[in-house]
Structures are given as structure tokens and as C-alpha cells.
Design a protein around this ligand. Structure first.
Ligand SMILES: [Zn+2]
Length: 428
């Protein structure tokens, strides 16, 4: 029994040597030494860095010359590697999709998808809507030292309704369940559906604030962004995609330091399957892809439907506008948080977050800005305490990379291991 306990807990360094694979960070002290550290704050990287982890959290971090290793620490030498915080997807979805179908929300499906996100180094997912009871339950369970799949934050039902009274009570219902955010949509789906009336949107935002919750708004049009910002909206959940952003909207964003989540890969997903996308032959994608899903997306009927879809072609143009807007907003100093809207069918969780980072850099952000948008800035934008940066006290959610992403943003794909609360994320 004692031996079993020792083996399980790896509480002694002698035993640790014998069972390194069984040892999690939370059985004592764990230390990574020798890596270049990108800490997620936007500060210059630390060469020959050390991170000490105790009970799932970062206890010390800094250059080797400044950090003392605890005597009992299990030391992992990652010389020549780069460590960065786990990615935070500030706008994703989880739990509902199976294959290319929706309607499969369950705890098992959530856990499957949170494992998938985790293996891709996305250690936190902010689900902006369509969350059910099982998602709230997982959110409530995740502040634990043995966690080894991605963290989840939830918005519950997307709020909509025909009257002010109706939407105020819908906000109350979601707030009573313990949602982290209130989410609503202000869109006409390229002129195909009616938009909610301004007083409805204003009531949703106001009621969110009464319940002390941030209001995240799905939008498309520049004019709607201005109206939503004037009404007190807190988070812009998609790019402005109809027109170039102007100084007026930048001023409105900056007056309350609102965060902007571009979700460029959402646009990609609306048109890219009109032919076979290049990423269908990318090993980093294929490692987790379901061949049946790829077959379905390759079907000539499906491809031609997308090719002939006016909406798909319009969203293709919208992507260009969205990317130009990122450049302008970034130059103006607007807080940009990485988000993908992954989770719905054919928006591939995990893979799309790396594509999003690449697109953000294509749009004009530096690799450091894109990484910060996906770590420290995302955490602050979404009020995620204890996450997003490699700083003492924070959860030890991090990625060990073979190559430095500051040299080339695509190096975020060179994942060697992912750690959540100091635990290695297991293979599938
Ligand atoms: Zn969404």
C-alpha cells in the first residue's frame, strides 16, 4: 500500500526518478529549466529561464540566475526550447458538434473537445454561447490541481427576444445559472434575417451590467458596432467586416478600453470548403482530423454548393476587410484578443487557433502581439484571473515548443508538450 501510494504520488525524489511519467506537478515541485520564456505580458523573452511549479501553480519564474530550485524539485531540462503560456481562445464553442452535426451536447462530448483543444495547446476556451448545464458543471469543477484538459468558461444561452421584459428575464436566467458572460447577436446575416431592435440590445447590455456581467456582442456592421459601444457593450466578439473602421469607432472602443476579437478563421470556414483546402494535407491538422468529416467536406456536391453560395463569396470579401481593420485597430492600440469561433461544424478546434494566429500576423500584428493577444491580453479581456501569463500565482498552463514563435508565428505549431495546472495533457 505504501509503495503504491509512493508510486502514485511520487512524493519522494528517489521514487520520482523511477516514475517520471507518473509524476504530475502537483505531487511536489516541478521545474522547467533552460528554455526561452515568453511570459504572455508582452515583455521581452527571458533566456535560460526557470519556472517552478507547486500545486499546479507557478511559484517562481525568471532567469536561471534569479530563481532558486527547490531541493525536491523534479527538474525537466528544456534547453533550446521555448515555453509560452497556453493559448486562450477568447471566442470558441464547445460541446455541441459531433462530426459535422450539431445537437450532441453532453459531458462526454465536452470532455472530448476540451481534450482536443488541450492537445493543440489551447488551454482555455471561452465559450460565447449555447452552453448547457454540463458545461457550467465542468466550469465549476476545473479549479483543481489534477486538471489535464482545457478550461472552459461559459455564456449559456445566446440572449434574444421580442420585448425588453423578455430579454431582461433571459439575462437573469443565464446570470442565475452562473454564466461568465452575456452574449447576444446584432446581425442580419447578410440581409437575410431581421436584426434585433436597438432598445432590445440596449436592454440586454443594461441587464448584463445590472448582473455585473460583461456583454459580448456578435456583430458584423460598422454602424452596429458604434451603436453597441454607445449602449455600453463590453466585448466585440467578431470583426467589423462591412467597412473600414474609422476614427469614430476607434474612439468609442478606446473610451472604455473594449476588447475586439477578430475570429478571422470563422470567415475562412464560410468559403474554404468550396475546394479542398491546403490544410487537408497538413500533418498538424491530420493528426486529429476525422477522415469521415474530411470525406464529407471533399464531396463535389458540398463544394459546389459552397462555391455557388452568395454568402460564402460575400464572407470571402469580408475577410479582407476584417484583416485590414485589424491592422488599423492594432496600430491605434486597441486591445485585440485571439478568438476563432471554433466549435461549430468544420471550424476545427485546436487547429484553427494556430491558423488564427498566423492570420493575425498576416494582417499586420507582430508575432509578439499575436501571442500576447492569445495569452495575457485575452485573459485580461475576458476577466480570467490566474490565467494567461507565466507569473507567480497563476495556474501552470503552458506549452513547450521546439521552435521559437517570435521568429515565425507558425512555430506555435511545434508543440512538444502541453501542461495544464502543471499536468501533462495526455495523448488521445
Ligand atoms: Zn460564436
Amino acid at each position: 500500500m505504501l509503495t503504491f501510494r509512493l508510486l502514485r504520488n511520487c512524493g519522494l525524489s528517489l521514487v520520482l526518478l523511477a516514475c517520471p511519467l507518473l509524476a504530475g506537478a502537483n505531487d511536489g515541485n516541478l521545474a522547467f529549466i533552460g528554455a526561452t520564456l515568453i511570459d504572455g505580458t508582452g515583455s521581452a523573452p527571458i533566456e535560460n529561464g526557470v519556472i517552478v511549479i507547486t500545486d499546479g501553480r507557478i511559484r517562481a519564474v525568471g532567469p536561471a540566475s534569479d530563481v532558486t530550485l527547490p531541493e525536491d524539485a523534479r527538474v525537466i531540462d528544456v534547453s533550446g526550447k521555448t515555453i509560452m503560456p497556453g493559448l486562450i481562445n477568447a471566442h470558441g464553442h464547445a460541446g455541441g458538434t459531433l462530426g459535422l452535426e450539431t445537437g450532441h451536447y453532453s459531458r462526454a462530448n465536452l470532455l472530448r473537445q476540451l481534450g482536443l483543444y488541450g492537445r493543440y495547446g489551447v488551454t482555455t476556451v471561452v465559450s460565447l454561447g449555447d452552453d448547457e448545464e454540463q458545461g457550467f458543471a465542468l466550469r465549476d469543477e476545473q479549479a483543481r490541481t489534477d486538471l489535464d484538459y482545457a478550461r472552459l468558461f461559459v455564456a449559456g444561452d445566446v440572449i434574444s427576444g421580442d420585448s425588453v421584459a423578455e430579454v431582461r428575464s433571459a439575462v437573469n436566467r443565464v446570470a442565475d445559472l452562473g454564466a461568465n458572460f452575456i452574449k447576444t447577436r446584432v446581425d442580419d446575416n447578410l440581409g437575410r434575417t431581421p436584426k434585433p431592435a436597438p432598445e432590445i440590445v440596449a436592454a440586454i447590455i443594461d441587464q448584463a451590467h445590472i448582473r455585473r456581467l460583461p456583454a459580448a456582442i456578435h456583430l458584423y456592421y460598422l454602424e452596429d458596432a458604434k451603436a453597441v459601444l454607445r449602449a455600453g457593450g463590453d466585448i466585440i466578439a467578431h470583426s467589423i467586416r462591412d467597412l473600414p473602421v474609422d476614427q469614430e469607432v476607434i474612439d468609442l472602443i478606446q473610451a472604455r478600453n473594449v476588447c475586439y476579437i477578430p475570429t478571422l478563421t470563422r470567415e475562412i470556414s464560410t468559403f474554404v470548403y468550396e475546394s479542398e483546402p491546403e490544410f487537408f494535407s497538413d500533418p498538424f491538422f491530420l493528426a486529429e482530423a476525422d477522415p469521415a468529416v474530411l470525406d464529407e467536406l471533399r464531396s463535389p456536391e458540398r463544394q459546389s454548393r459552397m462555391r455557388n453560395s452568395a454568402a460564402a463569396q460575400q464572407y470571402k470579401v469580408a475577410l479582407d476587410t476584417a484583416m485590414q481593420n485589424i491592422a488599423r485597430l492594432n496600430t491605434a492600440g486597441v486591445r485585440i484578443a485571439m478568438g476563432t469561433d471554433s466549435g461549430p461544424p468544420a471550424r476545427f478546434q485546436g487547429y484553427f487557433e494556430h491558423m488564427e494566429l498566423w492570420l493575425m500576423v498576416e494582417a499586420g500584428m507582430t508575432p509578439m502581439e499575436a501571442i500576447t493577444a492569445a495569452t495575457g491580453v485575452a485573459a485580461r479581456c475576458m476577466n480570467l484571473d490566474g490565467l494567461g501569463t507565466l507569473e507567480p500565482g497563476n495556474w501552470a498552463d503552458l506549452i513547450v515548443l521546439g521552435e521559437n514563435p517570435l521568429t515565425d508565428i507558425e512555430n506555435t505549431r511545434s508543440i512538444e508538450s502541453v501542461w495544464i495546472a502543471g499536468n501533462p495533457v495526455p495523448d488521445s
